[in-house]
Structures are given as structure tokens and as C-alpha cells.
Design a protein around this ligand. Structure first.
Ligand SMILES: *Cc1c(COP(=O)(O)O)cnc(C)c1O
Length: 394
């Protein structure tokens, strides 16, 4: 037998080079078409070069005031547990969320950031069908980048709905009629964020209820509410109030933005118990780490801290918007802790000039808005430093 073993299994042909293309050919179709996430800047290298506190980081919509002090205390009080696995059920955090939102714990799914949950929604509900149909996902053109990523990774086809006109009252905001019109019999999932990233725009309670009522029950609607805690417009309403009547709707939230805990990576989803049970099948048992679980539970108890963050953000958003408009720039209406700003020309040179001055913003070329930059609303000092740098660049 051993004489039969061919120790040159590729014959005379040279062995294949196991490079990216070789491995990609072995990946699923969806993954083959994907590009890895481009983080833009190497922030860690920037911070090292500039020294602590010198950078003005307004690119990722973090809370400039940081988390509740209770989150930090909870982490310090639990450091002796590092050798133990975390609670795979996330029971304490789920009970705290249950009390906060007035819903059962069986309707809550915890994620390592809501990014993970958005990805898994497509993986679970928009993967290739057993009947050979090509699943479709609907999302808005200027929606969160993860929606398209999740769709492609799942191997589904993305149908994009065009936004409201740029010269309308809600420029580039969601056109809910266009989203409805994009739904076909093959649509499994629809993603929409309210308020929206990267535009900052939102739609009101009446429009939301009307929209949800018109989506066919077979289509699962993901309402990404990453910025819900920052919204203070009288007409804004969360989709949470619609879940009882519409079990095909899920809401995602995050501790990364208003709660100031982006470094911990915790998000959650609220939906029908049956949907959550199916999603649980894919969840890695210890997907949220122990320190994160305890810190988020503590942060949730500090309602005054979130209230303060909302008030300070609204004040700063208003003054920053006015200061930017005063410089002749186009500032989109926002219910978030960032503003989309139009410069009336290619924004990339302005962005790199700002980066050289230690001010980090979010370029929008990848979103198809090359004349815009997205600016996180910082604290008063950060916003002042941003405006000073901007005046040097414009
Ligand atoms: C920041 C953001 C998220 C949050 O992502 P995490 O993974 O929870 O940090 C989700 N959706 C939108 C629209 C966002 O802007």
C-alpha cells in the first residue's frame, strides 16, 4: 500500500499558493464578495503620536462625557471574577433591561455590540433558502453600513431604497414609501435606523406606526435605535411600543453611544420570544463578557446620567450646528449626537487637513457622500477646538 502513496499529490504542477484568493475561493459566495472593514484611521497610532488628550476624536459618535461612574465601580468590584466564565444567560442585565422597558426577559437577546446582532439577523433570517429562492433584504441608501455588510455576508440580495430629496425638510432622510415599494415576495428582512446614521435624520411616531402597519407580516423589520436615548424631538417615538401588535418587528439598542460604554461592546435586541429563541441558537454562549454585563447593569440604573448626556448633547448639538451654519456649511437636521455636514465641494482634502491638526472626523466618501463629513457632537471644549481647526482649513 505504501508504494501507492503519492508524495507529490499535485503531480508535476507546482503546489498552489495558499494566498487570500485561494482561501476566498473556499469561502461562501457571500463572503467572497465582501471587503474587510476599513477602520479609516489608525487611532491608536495617532493617540501615541499626539499624546494623551491632544486629539479631538469626533469620528465615532462616542459619548464625550463617558459612562456613569457606577459602571466603573461595578467593574472594579468584579475584578476578582476574571478567572470565571460570565453568566451565559446574562440574567442580571436582562432583568434590569426587562424592568426598564417593561417587557419579559424572554424577549431580550444580548450581543457583543449591536453590530453582532445586526449581522446575525441576516445570517439567521436571510440566508439561502432550502427552496432555492434568492432571499432579499431591503435597506435605505444612506443607512448604516452594517446593513449592506450583513446582507452580503448572508448571501442575500440587497434592494436599496432611495432617500428623501436633499432639498427637502428632512434631507436624505428615510423615504418610507420607497422602502415599502422595495419589498418583493422574496424579501425576508428590512433594516432601518431611527434616528439614522449617517444622516442624523429621523421620522415621527405617526409615520413609524403607519409604516410598520403597511409592511407585510412575513417581512422581519429591524429598527436600529442606536441613538434613541439622544432623541428629544417631541414627535420621535421608539418602535418598542409597536412590538406587541407586530411580532415581525425587532428593535436593537446599544450601550456604545449615550451610555458611553463603546469599549465594552454590548448591545441588545428586543423582539418576539419566538424570534429571540431562534436567534439564541446561533449566539455564542459567552458572547458578552462578565465585566461588561455588570457595568451595563449598573449604568442602566443611573437614569440621571443618561438624562444629563441627552441635555448636554442637545445644547452642544444646537450651538455646534449654528456655528457650522454660520460658516456657510450645510448642516443636516439631527436627533443624534452627531451632525452630517455638507461642504459644497470634495471634503476629503478638508478632512485630511483636520487630521493633520489632530481633529478626527468621519469621511463620508464610502457612503456615497463625498462632499460631506460626519461630526460627532463633542463637549464644549472639543467643539471649540474643532471649529478653530476648521477655520484654519477652510
Ligand atoms: C454605533 C451604531 C451602532 C452600535 O454598534 P455597537 O456594535 O453596539 O457598538 C448600531 N447602529 C448604528 C446605526 C450605529 O451608529
Amino acid at each position: 500500500m505504501s508504494a501507492m502513496v503519492d508524495d507529490t499529490p499535485f503531480g508535476d504542477a507546482p503546489p498552489p499558493v495558499l494566498d487570500e484568493a485561494w482561501f476566498a475561493a473556499r469561502a461562501t459566495t457571500g463572503i467572497q464578495g465582501l471587503k474587510a472593514y476599513d477602520p479609516g484611521h489608525d487611532l491608536v497610532a495617532f493617540r501615541r503620536r499626539c499624546g494623551d488628550g491632544r486629539l479631538v476624536e469626533l469620528g465615532s459618535n462616542e459619548n464625550p462625557y463617558g459612562p456613569s461612574p457606577r459602571a466603573r465601580e461595578a467593574i472594579l468590584a468584579n475584578l476578582h471574577m476574571l478567572h470565571r466564565y460570565p453568566d451565559p444567560l446574562g440574567g442580571d442585565l436582562k432583568r434590569a433591561l426587562s424592568a426598564r422597558h417593561g417587557i419579559g426577559t424572554d424577549r431580550i437577546l444580548l450581543g457583543n455590540g449591536s453590530h453582532e446582532l445586526l449581522m446575525q439577523m441576516a445570517q439567521v433570517f436571510a440566508g439561502p433558502g432550502t427552496d432555492g429562492t434568492a432571499p432579499e433584504v431591503v435597506a435605505p441608501r444612506f443607512g448604516f453600513a452594517v446593513f449592506a455588510l450583513a446582507t452580503q455576508a448572508a448571501g442575500a440580495h440587497l434592494r436599496i431604497a432611495e432617500p428623501l430629496p436633499r432639498d427637502s425638510a428632512m434631507p436624505l432622510g428615510h423615504d418610507l414609501d420607497a422602502l415599502l415599494a422595495a419589498i418583493t415576495p422574496d424579501t425576508r428582512l428590512l433594516y432601518v435606523a431611527n434616528p439614522n446614521n449617517p444622516t442624523g435624520t429621523w421620522f415621527g411616531a405617526g409615520a413609524l406606526a403607519d409604516f410598520i402597519a403597511r409592511v407585510p407580516r412575513e417581512v422581519i423589520v429591524v429598527v436600529d435605535e442606536a441613538y434613541a436615548e439622544m432623541a428629544d424631538a417631541p414627535d420621535y417615538a421608539s418602535a418598542l411600543g409597536l412590538l406587541d401588535a407586530h411580532p415581525n418587528v425587532v428593535v436593537t439598542r446599544t450601550f456604545s453611544k449615550a451610555y458611553g460604554l463603546a469599549g465594552l461592546r454590548v448591545g441588545y435586541l428586543i423582539g418576539a420570544p419566538g424570534l429571540v429563541a431562534v436567534m439564541e441558537r446561533l449566539r455564542e454562549s459567552f458572547n458578552v463578557n462578565g465585566l461588561a454585563l455588570t457595568a451595563c447593569e449598573a449604568a442602566l440604573g443611573d437614569e440621571a446620567h443618561i438624562e444629563q448626556a441627552r441635555i448636554r448633547n442637545a445644547e452642544q448639538r444646537e450651538s455646534l450646528s449654528a456655528d457650522l451654519r454660520g460658516r456657510g456649511l450645510e448642516v443636516f437636521p439631527s436627533q443624534t449626537n452627531f451632525v452630517l455636514v455638507g461642504f459644497g465641494r470634495e471634503a476629503a482634502p478638508i478632512e485630511s487637513a483636520l487630521t493633520e491638526r489632530g481633529v478626527i472626523l468621519r469621511p463620508m466618501g464610502g457612503y456615497g457622500l463625498p462632499d460631506c463629513l460626519r461630526i460627532t457632537v463633542g463637549d464644549a471644549d472639543e467643539n471649540r477646538r474643532l471649529l478653530a481647526a476648521l477655520d484654519e482649513c477652510l
